[in-house]
Design a protein around this ligand. Structure first.
Ligand SMILES: *Cc1c(COP(=O)(O)O)cnc(C)c1O
Length: 458
């Protein structure tokens, strides 16, 4: 144990900040399976991917051997405006729980977009600008990614077209207006503005949309307009790479005080914050230097890891994207209206999926009332109103700390607090009124999603 007193917040000085991202794939013995062309079922080439994504991002996507990649100076400069994010010792929560466990959280909600998504948005906007593009298109579910991307695009003076899942567009007008304030155009999805949108509307009139459907529209909008590319806020390898800044800062801060975590916990939607947080620690585990327990936490209503299949699947409803091998519920699976919008994706990062399949990390699923109980408890003692997504990690951190109370073990727990919940007050209102319901899909519900999996070996 270190003799140094551990402050409430551990910050890094400028010279201690990471200047490179860490690519965990470089240290993986079993590499994540490649993206496949849905027509030929052959691995997507850089040229094929380049029709959809920015060139430099394609290089990062396909690079599974370079461990460290320089963060361009322009991105480092932007990071300086809101990073390092604080690593906080949750002294007040520990006291409240009367646990001998030591709890730390890495707080990514300290920027206007309110989540970690800005870390990758700024990188993707930078590479689009560098390529001389006019703009980018994307989808957003709950709105956090669209907000982050609109901020990043306005910084680099790029056009930003966001397809927002219709139900969120209607229920979250404030996020929509933040995006518009930063100059983005926001279209509710499915829309009449794309072929795939019109097709989905014809087949499912009155649908309130889904992430998979908005992705199809955004890809079509990018590939049918000159000077545009599509960008994605999670799932892809490049996004995990950018988000490694979270883990690198966390590790630098812990190392400074000679703190070694026993377990690292994060919520998992598409896997980018969790992947980014654990990457450098996972690297140590993969290289046999140290062991950690990693826990992915997902909603019981959208249980990709805990009840999904590890298989090639479509990334979007319209089936226009490459196939990815991942833990998935099937691209046709429509999760029930869980309030953690950012965790409602049917699939999971193929990097995390491979690590999970190799037994290098664990996963748990939670019902939303249990998640909001933890959110409330945390908000009351730690002074931050957490996002519902982040609160999945809080719940498991609290559960683990309570186990330590029983056993008397002084474990060190680190979790990712990915964002704030100010735009989720309708969900909190439901919880406060005692009107929140839990929904767990039956095996029969899941079978319907699995039935739509493409037949691909591998
Ligand atoms: C988007 C989001 C998530 C989930 O996305 P990942 O890619 O799995 O990290 C979690 N928390 C917040 C606050 C988000 O906005």
């Amino acid at each position: 144990m270190s003799k140094k007193e551990i402050p409430y917040k551990i910050y890094l000085e400028e010279k201690e900040m990471p200047t490179q991202w860490y690519n965990v794939r470089a240290d993986m013995k079993t590499k994540p399976a490649p993206l496949l062309n849905p027509g030929t079922l052959q691995p997507m080439t850089a040229q094929e991917l380049g029709a959809v994504f920015c060139d430099e991002l394609v290089r990062q996507e396909l690079d599974d051997c370079t461990p460290y990649i320089d963060i361009p100076q322009e991105i480092l400069d932007f990071y300086k405006m809101y990073r390092p994010s604080p690593l906080v010792r949750a002294y007040c929560l520990e006291k409240k729980l009367q646990t001998p466990a030591k709890i730390y959280y890495k707080f990514e909600g300290n920027n206007t977009s309110g989540s970690h998504k800005l870390n990758s948005a700024i990188a993707q906007a930078y590479y689009a600008k560098k390529q001389g593009l006019k703009g980018v298109t994307t989808e957003t579910g709950a709105g956090q990614w669209g907000t982050a991307l609109s901020m990043a695009c306005s910084y680099f003076d790029l056009d930003c077209k966001v397809f927002m899942v219709k139900v969120s567009y209607e229920q979250k007008p404030f996020r929509r207006e933040v995006m518009r304030t930063y100059g983005a155009s926001v279209t509710p999805s499915p829309s009449e503005t794309t072929q795939v949108g019109r097709k989905i509307l014809a087949e499912h009139p009155g649908t309130t949309g889904s992430l998979g459907c908005a992705i199809s529209e955004a890809v079509e909008a990018a590939t049918s307009a000159e000077g545009y590319r599509y960008v994605l806020g999670s799932v892809l390898n490049q996004v995990l790479l950018h988000q490694s800044v979270i883990g690198l800062e966390t590790k630098a801060a812990l190392d400074k005080y000679e703190i070694v975590p026993d377990m690292i916990i994060g919520c998992a939607g598409g896997g980018s914050n969790l992947g980014g947080l654990i990457s450098p620690f996972m690297g140590e585990k993969l290289r046999g230097e140290r062991d950690y327990k990693f826990i992915a936490v997902e909603p019981a209503s959208c249980p990709s890891f805990t009840r999904g299949r590890f298989a090639y699947d479509f990334c979007d409803t319209g089936k226009v994207c490459p196939l990815a091998k991942m833990y998935t519920l099937g691209s046709g699976f429509i999760p029930s209206a869980n309030h953690a919008g950012g965790l409602r994706y049917h699939g999971m990062s193929s990097t995390l999926s491979q690590l999970y399949d190799d037994g290098l990390m664990e996963a748990r699923s939670l019902e939303q009332t249990a998640v909001f109980e933890a959110a409330e408890q945390f908000a009351r003692v730690e002074g931050i109103l957490p996002a519902p997504e982040s609160s999945h990690a809080i719940r498991v951190a609290i559960d683990e700390a309570l186990k330590c109370k029983e056993t008397g073990e002084e474990k060190t727990i680190v979790f990712g607090l990915t964002g704030t919940g100010y735009f989720d007050m309708v969900a909190y209102e439901k919880y406060n009124n005692g009107e929140m319901t839990d929904y767990i899909p039956t095996d029969a519900d899941l079978e319907k999603g699995f039935a739509g999996l493409p037949k691909v070996e591998g």
